[in-house]
Write a protein that binds this ligand. Structure first.
Ligand code: PMT
Length: 219
């Protein structure tokens, strides 16, 4: 790794899963630990970038020198990301954002009454789609977590969200992906190239992803 090869670059990274409140004590969430996004933030900062990390709730501590904004729901993440978007050179969206949220959040703890309980969910904003539509100078990198037809779904997201690169994770493989220390991924580009990243630590993968981002920036 070349130290300081990201000096002068402003990188915005999202990490972790969002929590969508059902009532004051319950939420809808997902299994993202934030490890992949935090690894990217640490690696980018170590390589000289100015890093802003927008983090969902995690147990992780960001490395010294990284500016972190903590958010909970997708709507909070959207506001935080949009506030930093214009000034960013590179945006990496490793967060697992809930696609749906409860239509209403109960003011008080929901009591156990009937045998079943129905929740009505409504769509959350797709933050990355919006970033793709607003894109100017930014290089935009998304992640895709899939359990089937990995390449096909990742290609669709790359095109629809106007991304420069997407990191596709097959999250059905045990021991990698969500809440694991390792990951396996495919990197897809706009021109159709696909590169394979074999099983490795998220720290190692973060540095390889940054190498690839830099190579694209220099084209
Ligand atoms: O956090 P870890 O435990 O380390 O696990 C890492 C990871 C598996 C969560 C991560 O590497 C990963 O794959 N993140 C993306 C998970 C995801 O939500 O994928 P998706 O296919 O649903 O979303 C595609 C892209 O759109 C993502 O970049 C996501 O941040 C973004 N998105 C999705 C929905 C939404 N409403 N807004 C978004 O911005």
């Amino acid at each position: 790794v070349v130290q300081n090869d990201f000096r002068g670059k402003k990188i915005l990274i999202t990490a972790g899963g969002t929590k969508e409140a059902i009532d004051p004590v319950r939420y809808i969430g997902n299994r993202s630990s934030g490890k992949m996004g935090y690894a990217l933030a640490s690696a980018a900062a170590a390589r000289g970038a100015t890093v802003t990390l927008i983090s969902g709730p995690t147990n992780l501590k960001a490395a010294c020198g990284i500016k972190v904004e903590y958010v909970e729901a997708a709507s909070d993440m959207r506001a935080a990301v949009l506030a930093h978007y214009n000034e960013s050179d590179i945006v990496i969206k490793a967060a697992a954002v809930a696609d749906y949220r409860p239509q209403s959040t109960a003011e008080h703890k929901i009591k156990k009454t009937g045998d079943t309980l129905q929740l009505v969910l409504e769509r959350n904003p797709d933050i990355l789609l919006e970033l793709g539509q607003l894109k100017k100078q930014q290089m935009l990198i998304g992640f895709a977590a899939e359990t089937q037809q990995l390449v096909l779904h990742a290609q669709e997201k790359l095109a629809k969200k106007n991304l420069d690169m997407i990191i596709a994770n097959d999250v059905s493989v045990p021991g990698v992906g969500f809440n694991a220390d390792h990951n396996i991924a495919k990197v897809l580009y706009r021109d159709g190239r696909i590169e394979e990243l074999s099983k490795m630590s998220k720290e190692h993968m973060a540095n390889i992803i940054l190498d690839k981002i830099l190579a694209e920036c220099r084209k």
